[in-house]
Design a protein around this ligand. Structure first.
Ligand code: AVJ
Length: 328
């Protein structure tokens, strides 16, 4: 067929520069602890990723569509300001959010290379093919790896780069982890590069609560799915009927907390670890924090990480922020 179909999309692996804990290590340190907790990244096996996709379509879950509308409104200004030669996206997923930017690129005749960076090659290739079908000028050059495993081996080239971390995923990090991740990103950037960050904002607790407790129960399924991940990966024998999804907004910490609450006394056997874990009725596993920011806490985080905020795009009806920042 024609030229762009022949353009194969090839993923380049990014070797980690930090050793990241294995599932076994995370479970040993987090589940076999007095306050049981697990890193949120373990939600995202194939089923978990599909469930998250479904969450985004639930009427109560506002973040995805709010950020999307904001990005659509701000895309032209962002592209005109940065004039990127490369767009590097951390945690690109199915590359759905980015479409508005490429539309603006077409209109402004700015033709950056798109560099999605995520763990799943197949998803990046499939999404990349769809994108380059729609935007025929687009070159897609994915990087495959875990962006929390150190960025030292990221092949960042000279020229104007727009780095992006969208979706509000920064909220899954503690304040300290968030600052340290942004600081690491800062280390890749030259003075003309810019970072676009999507972050959810503090808002009416009822709106927050509803977003993580959709009536259709998709978020509950998503939360419980982590038990299936543990059963499969560590040959454990969690019975999900013994656990309940419990998510609430903690206004002192400005964060949503998701838990799985154990409804009876029980022992769970982990064959791969050759040990069991005992639960008492009422015990909880914290599976996720999702921090919500204010203008001030966002500015503080950027400042600590060595950035200066250039533009702050925000939605009003349901607060959400897109922050464009550059190295200070
Ligand atoms: C993908 C991390 C932005 O924190 O809102 C959705 C994940 N958890 N519902 C979020 C999530 C429960 C989501 N992020």
């Amino acid at each position: 067929m024609d030229a762009h179909v022949a353009n194969e999309i090839i993923c380049r692996p990014v070797r980690p520069t930090k050793s990241i804990p294995s599932l076994t290590e995370d479970v040993t340190a987090g589940l076999f602890a007095t306050r049981k907790h697990l890193p949120a990244k373990y939600f995202y096996d194939e089923r978990g990723s599909a469930l998250f996709d479904q969450i985004c379509d639930e009427p109560e879950y506002y973040p995805t569509r709010t950020e999307d509308a904001l990005l659509e409104r701000s895309a032209r200004e962002i592209i005109a300001t940065v004039e990127p030669a490369q767009i590097i996206e951390f945690g690109s997923g199915m590359s759905r959010k980015i479409r508005h930017l490429f539309k603006a690129c077409s209109e402004l005749e700015c033709y950056p290379t798109y560099i999605p960076f995520d763990v799943c090659d197949d998803v990046m290739i499939k999404s990349g093919q769809e994108l380059s079908g729609k935007f025929t000028w687009l070159e897609v050059a994915p990087l495959s790896g875990d962006y929390t495993a150190g960025l030292g081996n990221l092949p960042v080239v000279a020229g104007q780069n727009l780095l992006m971390f969208l979706g509000g995923t920064i909220g899954n990090f503690t304040e300290e982890q968030g600052i340290s991740f942004l600081h690491e990103v800062r280390g890749l950037m030259s003075s003309t590069d810019q970072l676009l960050l999507g972050a959810d904002r503090v808002k009416d607790p009822d709106v927050l609560h509803a977003a993580y407790n959709d009536v259709a129960g998709i978020t509950a399924e998503f939360n419980l799915n982590i038990l299936d991940v543990l059963n499969r990966e560590l040959s454990a024998d969690f019975d999900r009927a013994n656990f309940e999804h419990y998510a609430f907004y903690n206004p002192e910490e400005n964060q949503i907390e998701m838990h799985l609450v154990c409804m009876c006394d029980q022992e769970v056997w982990f064959d791969a670890l050759d040990r069991s874990l005992s639960f008492n009725e009422g015990d909880a596993i914290r599976t996720e924090i999702s921090r919500k920011f204010t203008r001030e806490t966002l500015e503080y985080m950027f400042n600590e990480a060595g950035f200066e905020v250039r533009s702050h795009y925000e939605s009003s009806a349901i607060p959400f922020s897109l922050v464009l920042a550059r190295p200070r």
